[in-house]
Design a protein around this ligand. Structure first.
Ligand SMILES: [Zn+2]
Length: 886
């Protein structure tokens, strides 16, 4: 980036000035890479402080500190000694400008280059080769023509002693793959168009047709056409025919070119490509469905296709097997060559240059392909907690798939390869065990007097120092002797390392699973003894902005510090966590941040109203107070479970939002403030205090403000997370409140439906005998007994029998309800037994009178002197009081 800045690249200048607001004078300094690194390091550090992260800054270091470099030297020497580093010749993604391998951290948009193999099938004419690049060399039997781009530049070149015709762009790629290439002359596409070339396998002469869809940058810019089995070719041929008159020579040549069927595929016609063109209703070459059609046919033919009789010795072979055999045979005959491509091209280096595949000779690689190392890494992974667990498959895949990886660069900042000083260890290889360095860095800074001499001359700090402190090898006395570092410091480092290692949980990003996090597993499993292998990884998603990925073009990037300045630290913290569970992308938006701001301010407002501590009054706790405490206890329980499983979104929802529903109900039930007796403020204060302790890790600044406003000393972040047992659970109180609320809702429904403004409301709870029948019915349904037995049982009760038809009718109704009831509800009602409905409603009469602004009476069916003018009481059932309005 410094280089791009020096070159005056307008894109980077705009990013720095417009998005990051860096003043021009500072911009000048950033042209030096070290200044740029330290500028952004400082900026990010301030951001972390401003957002309130609890970071132990005593351990701060950078990967260019001399002592860190010494640590990485030890790291790589140790790997090398264990045979993990190899020297060899391997393909790498490469920036031709920097003359250096590139990995995910070196590319624009952090793209991991994906190297894939393709083939060059060499068609020939008069001693000149036309190498066509393809992924499906077995289809050479079905080639009807070649395609070249009429508008592209081609060259004739000497390649490894042969004459080749390829696109101009292909030359550089061939050179990077170790071909000896000398360009002879440029040629126009017209020199080869409409001529014929010879198929190296069948010996047929096939014409060369113009195809403007051919990308000169892809492969060699020369493509073989297999219209029988490639939808693109089929459609291109169809389109081309329409442009030429049948009477002209070209038209006749096109008419004579017909698809050849060479693969049998169950459920398809002779020409599967034509079938798919029909299936996807493709109209022309620009139709984007062509890509789907191509992929579908590629995979179907690869897995289920069989080579036909016209494919010579391959006839009858499955396609997958035929491909291997053809590659082997034709390679031996010099008719086909392997060609490597970046499958996800274009991949662009941060310097702005398009990357390509380079065969790096005699270079240093970390040998992730070593089967013995893979076994260790798998063993480590198998013992780890991976959150979310779905990612484990991706880890397994990566551990299996990783091969030799170039570990050095010629550009950038970092540590020189200890045994080959021309190379710098690249950024994804020197940052996989730095967690161990956090322990060292604290001592390096604290005991500076002791360590400064090593910083001046790092070679004076021997491997024995790291071997003892990090691996427990050797003895402290020998290290004291070798280094002069006091014994207490060495022992201190060693015991601190044993305290902190293994790493319990590494929090990182999901897109690093396929590189950094897998390297982290590999390196730890090789360097450290098994008991110090990492125990867990948490991988987070991205932060989206209003549903879209943050990008310069969308102008939706908010740098962290600007976000904090605009919305406040806590709204940003809660805002990024509130919209997604672990592993998902989270969606930040301005309106969300503002609504969280308001929520947090409302909680501070509650604290202001409650003021300082007051002792609980002496009165016996009411059912309602018990209910509130019980709700608080549930909130603590569910929030604790949620946070233990890192379901932060759920925890936020409980702590910041759901509890307010309960508080609102509590206040509504209490009505206007009564003098002293109800302990209302004490209860609300207890709720807010417990809530604040749960808020502390999520919105620490707001939590501290509330904590001090309600009269607490010290910091809330230093108190413990609330235990569920601190607030008691009162299931009876919770059930009673559920009944009160249900009756309120039912009455409201009736009022709404009838439009009545009541003068008087009477509630009738069910008679005791109904409860007895009801519970018998639940029991009978639970035991799945026959209905006849249940009726017999009911009528066996003399009191019920004396009620006659009334009891029999209710029993029939009750058993029907009991049978249809969800199991869970039936169980809980059986467990609860007879509810004290009348008492509960009598205690709530004040509340109902306030709500409905009229007189409210409560009776139980069968009460003496019951006021029941319309005979409603007999309609009552357990959990369903009858309601009378007038
Ligand atoms: Zn570059």
């Amino acid at each position: 980036m410094s280089k791009r800045l020096r070159d005056g690249d307008p894109e980077i200048v705009e990013t720095f000035t417009k998005i990051y607001g860096i003043p021009p004078a500072t911009l000048e300094k950033l042209k030096d890479p070290k200044s740029m690194a330290s500028y952004f390091r400082e900026d990010i550090k301030k951001g972390m402080m401003e957002i309130g992260f609890s970071v132990d800054w005593r351990r701060e270091f950078t990967t260019i500190d001399p002592l860190y470099n010494r640590f990485i030297e030890w790291h790589f020497q140790t790997l090398n000694r264990k045979g993990r580093i190899t020297r060899g010749t391997h393909p790498v993604a490469w920036c031709p400008n920097d003359k250096s391998p590139v990995g995910v951290v070196d590319t624009m948009g952090d793209v991991e280059p994906d190297i894939g193999e393709s083939y060059l099938v060499k068609f020939e004419k008069d001693g000149v080769f036309y190498p066509t690049s393809t992924l499906r060399p077995e289809t050479v039997f079905g080639v009807t023509n070649l395609w070249v781009n009429p508008d592209a530049s081609y060259v004739k070149a000497d390649v490894d002693g042969e004459h080749w015709v390829v696109s101009k762009e292909a030359i550089e790629k061939l050179q990077h793959q170790n071909h000896k290439v000398a360009v002879e002359r440029e040629i126009q596409a017209s020199e080869v168009l409409w001529k014929t070339v010879r198929n190296p396998v069948t010996g047929n002469e096939v014409p060369v047709f113009p195809g403007s869809f051919v990308e000169p940058d892809n492969g060699t810019g020369v493509v073989m056409s297999v219209p029988g089995h490639a939808p693109y070719d089929f459609q291109a041929l169809t389109d081309l025919r329409q442009r030429y008159d049948d009477s002209a020579e070209a038209g006749q040549l096109l008419q004579a070119t017909t698809p050849i069927s060479i693969i049998r595929l169950e459920g398809f016609s002779e020409l599967p490509a034509a079938d798919l063109i029909q299936k996807f209703k493709i109209k022309d070459q620009k139709d984007h469905h062509l890509e789907h059609a191509t992929q579908e046919l590629y995979s179907k033919e690869f897995h289920d296709g069989v080579m036909k009789e016209n494919t010579g010795s391959y006839a009858g072979m499955p396609v997958a097997k035929a491909r291997e055999a053809i590659v082997e045979e034709l390679t031996g005959e010099g008719k086909i060559e392997t060609f490597l491509e970046l499958r996800n091209a274009p991949v662009v280096c941060r310097c702005g240059t398009k990357c390509l595949v380079h065969i790096l000779e005699n270079q240093w690689f970390i040998n992730y392909g070593d089967p013995e190392w893979k076994k260790l890494a798998h063993k480590c992974l198998d013992q780890m907690t991976i959150l979310t667990e779905e990612l484990r498959a991706e880890f397994n895949y990566t551990l299996d798939w990783l091969k030799e990886r170039a570990c050095a660069r010629t550009v950038g900042l970092g540590t020189k390869l200890p045994w080959d000083q021309n190379w710098i260890i690249e950024a994804l290889s020197d940052s996989v065990v730095y967690m161990a360095y956090y322990i060292l860095s604290k001592y390096f800074a604290r005991d500076w007097v002791v360590f400064k001499k090593f910083e001046k001359d790092t070679s004076r700090l021997p491997d024995a120092f790291f071997n003892f402190t990090l691996l427990g090898q050797g003895t402290v006395d020998t290290v004291v002797e070798q280094t002069g570092i006091p014994k207490r410091i060495l022992s201190g480092i060693r015991s601190e390392f044993q305290y902190f290692y293994p790493v319990d949980m590494r929090h990182s990003a999901r897109d690093l699973v396929s590189n950094h996090l897998s390297f982290y597993i590999f390196h730890h499993s090789s360097l450290f003894p098994e008991k110090q292998w990492p125990k867990g990884i948490v991988a987070n998603g991205f932060v989206l902005m209003e549903g879209a990925k943050m990008s310069k073009s969308l102008e939706n990037i908010i740098p962290l510090r600007q976000g904090i300045a605009k919305f406040g630290a806590d709204p940003v913290r809660v805002g990024v966590m509130a919209t997604a569970e672990l592993g998902q992308d989270t969606d930040f938006s301005e309106s969300l941040a503002v609504s969280i701001q308001e929520r947090l301010a409302a909680l501070i407002g509650q604290a202001r109203k409650l003021g300082r501590k007051k002792a609980f009054g002496k009165s016996k706790p009411s059912t309602l107070n018990r209910w509130m405490i019980s709700r608080l206890s549930s909130a603590v329980q569910t929030a604790t479970i949620a946070l233990d499983r890192l379901r932060v979104r759920e925890a936020i929802n409980i702590i910041l939002y759901q509890l307010d529903n309960d508080i609102a109900w509590y206040k509504r039930r209490l009505g206007p403030k009564k003098p002293r007796s109800d302990n209302r403020d004490q209860i609300l204060r207890k709720v807010l205090e417990t809530r604040t302790r749960m808020m502390a890790p999520l919105a620490p600044h707001t939590a501290e403000e509330i904590w001090s406003r309600i009269g607490n000393k010290g910091f809330v972040v230093q108190t413990d997370w609330p235990e569920e047992s601190e607030s008691e659970k009162y299931p009876t109180a919770e059930r009673a409140e559920a009944l009160v609320r249900q009756l309120l809702d039912d009455t409201g429904e009736i009022l709404k439906a009838t439009g009545i403004t009541p003068k008087r409301i009477a509630y009738y709870t069910a008679a005791d005998w109904k409860w007895r029948v009801y519970l018998k019915a639940l029991k009978s349904a639970e035991e799945k007994r026959k209905q006849g037995e249940f009726i017999k049982d009911v009528m066996g009760d003399p009191q019920l029998r004396s009620l006659g038809k009334i009891a029999a009718d209710y029993a029939a109704k009750a058993i029907q309800q009991a049978n249809q009831m969800p199991d869970e509800m039936r169980e809980s009602r059986l467990r609860d037994g007879i509810a004290a409905e009348k008492t509960i409603f009598v205690d709530s009469v004040d509340f109902y009178q306030r709500e409905f602004k009229c007189a409210v009476e409560v009776w139980q069916e069968g009460d003496l002197k019951i006021g029941d003018p319309k005979g409603r009481a007999r309609m009552s059932e357990p959990y369903r009081p009858a309601i009378y309005l007038e």
